[in-house]
Write a protein that binds this ligand. Structure first.
Ligand code: NAP
Length: 484
């Protein structure tokens, strides 16, 4: 297949927090890859903005180092680093003061798209939004991009939304959930809504249950003190797992348009049932030889924050009535893997005598480490010897058909940034979606606090606490293997 890269229009992108970890690891290497692919036009400008005492050349050196460290093989093959660095500029700015804003204003060009990426802690979102307007830097066509975490509960999310809404229209606000930028997540929508095949089966009559697993093999490490203030429910379930659940469960939107898609996602979140105490399990990883336990990593020997959570929820509507959605995520588990599995019901009757293990069809959407979609189907084992059945995964990503295009698919961040420039909000969370997600999450977290729930200790390198296995066993089901 021939690659089709359509350049975006010229833009000025200001990265507040342009010296930070996220900018160096993801945003800038991602932009460089878009530059190499020809999607970022030569007229585009990227302006780093932070308090660090740098000039434009100092910033270019910092970015070149970041690309060397995090840019992967693109750097070696592209040969366009000097041209990319030319597109960079830097402003020393204080988000909470007056320094740098007048200078930033002089650097923003008229007649190009302007986007402001808030790659800073959420405590600065309101300050930056306010100053962009009071210094008359942004206009009605400007876009702002905000990072997670978007609040730590419903009240703080509302506050953040209000501080942004006071300065910008919702159509200008791009709330990033990088899971939505993954190729496979978008492919999931193509498979669901671009084929007739699945829709008739996509309901409680044919689907037994759905599992969403996001497992990490590493612990919280140096981020322990920060992580301890959130935990797996706030850090992963409220945003990433919730977004994946929405895409699996939503009704077909009338068109592939930002609000049509987001309206349907919102309906799913609002139809989510509360989770009863016996339907959730929390855990903390224990020590592993010399490796510290969660509590040691968090620096709090009495921490009650979970590094693992598993739960069962249901969606109260006609399509999903009675279909359990099992969600789990955790750190220091057996493997680093993220998967959505749609497990279909068993055959009502098998006509084959030697059918082997009765398996169910499973549509498995793998998000990491390798992106891909497989459909487990039953076929005849090839060759003579009668009718023996085999169960094989059918590759639905067709990496071979797509060839290099599949391999060089953009990373989630760069894809989302290009969507910001194109003005396409489909893969970004709307304010009401985020609030609805917190409205579902808050009572769960509050119930843990009220009950003084103590997370179960689990063995590092395992699949999580034993109780999480029981969550499915009770229903006559089991978790899928956490295979990378
Ligand atoms: P970080 O490494 O601490 O960087 C923060 C940035 O903000 C730095 O560039 C810092 O630069 C700048 N900054 C801080 N105070 C400032 C002020 N008063 N005025 C202007 N600039 C200021 O944080 P990060 O890891 O990059 O994270 C940034 C955001 O992305 C956070 O909201 C985080 O939750 C989110 N996020 C990060 C990741 C990740 O992998 N890192 C993943 C998902 C979401 P100076 O010190 O030079 O001012």
């Amino acid at each position: 297949m021939v690659s089709r890269v359509i350049p975006v229009d010229p833009f000025d992108l200001v990265i507040f927090g342009g010296t930070g970890d996220l900018a160096r690891r993801k945003i800038l290497p991602g932009l460089f890859r878009r530059f190499c692919s020809g999607q970022m036009p030569a007229e585009a400008r990227i302006i780093g903005a932070a308090r660090s005492d740098l000039d434009a050349d100092g910033y270019r050196t910092m970015v070149a180092d970041a690309i060397a460290e995090f840019g992967g093989k693109t750097l070696a093959e592209c040969g366009q680093l000097p041209a990319f660095l030319e597109a960079l500029d830097y402003v020393m700015i204080d988000a909470r003061g007056d320094q740098g804003w007048a200078e930033l204003k002089t650097k923003i060009r008229a007649n190009v798209i302007t986007a402001y990426y808030f790659s800073v802690g959420p405590g600065l979102f309101g300050d930056i939004a306010k100053r962009l307007n009071s210094w008359d830097i942004a206009d009605a066509d400007s876009r702002i991009v905000v990072e997670k975490p978007f609040g730590r509960d419903l009240a703080s999310a509302k506050e953040l939304n209000a501080s942004l809404a006071a300065e910008f229209d919702e159509t200008q606000i791009y709330r990033i959930d990088h899971y939505l930028g993954k190729e496979t997540v978008q492919n999931l929508m193509a498979i669901r809504f671009g084929n007739l095949l699945f829709e008739p089966l996509w309901n409680a009559q044919y689907i037994d249950h759905i599992q969403i697993s996001v497992a990490e093999s590493v612990g919280v490490g140096g981020r322990g003190a920060y992580y301890d203030k959130s935990g797996a429910m706030r850090d992963m379930v409220q945003n990433h797992l919730m977004q994946l659940l929405c895409l699996i469960a939503m009704e077909p939107p009338s068109k592939f348009d930002p609000d049509a898609v987001r309206d349907e996602k919102l309906k799913v979140i609002r139809a989510l049932q509360p989770v009863a105490p016996h339907e959730m399990v929390r855990g903390q990883y224990g020590p592993d030889g010399d490796d510290p336990s969660y509590r040691e990593d968090a620096g709090d020997a009495r921490s009650f924050t979970e590094s693992y959570v598993a739960l069962k929820t249901q969606i109260a509507n006609w399509r999903w009535s009675g279909v359990p959605f099992y969600l789990r995520t955790g750190k220091r588990l057996k493997a680093r893997t993220s998967e959505i599995a749609v497990v279909f019901k068993e055959l009502p009757h098998s006509i084959f005598e030697e059918s082997g293990d009765q398996t169910q069809n499973v549509l498995a959407i793998q998000l990491q480490p390798n992106e891909g979609i497989t459909l487990d189907v039953t076929i005849k084992e090839p060759g003579p010897g009668g009718m023996r059945l085999a169960h094989v995964p059918l590759d639905m990503t067709f990496a071979e058909t797509l060839g290099d295009d599949a391999e060089e698919a953009p990373d989630a961040y760069e894809r989302l940034i290009m969507d910001v420039i194109r003005g396409n909000q489909t893969l970004f969370m709307r304010g009401d979606e985020v609030e609805a997600a917190w409205a579902w999450t808050d009572p769960i977290i509050e119930s843990w606090v009220d009950r003084h729930d103590v997370p179960k200790v689990y063995e590092p390198g395992s699949t999580g606490p034993e109780d999480a296995l029981a969550l499915l066993h009770r229903d006559g089901r089991k978790w899928r293997d956490l295979a990378p």
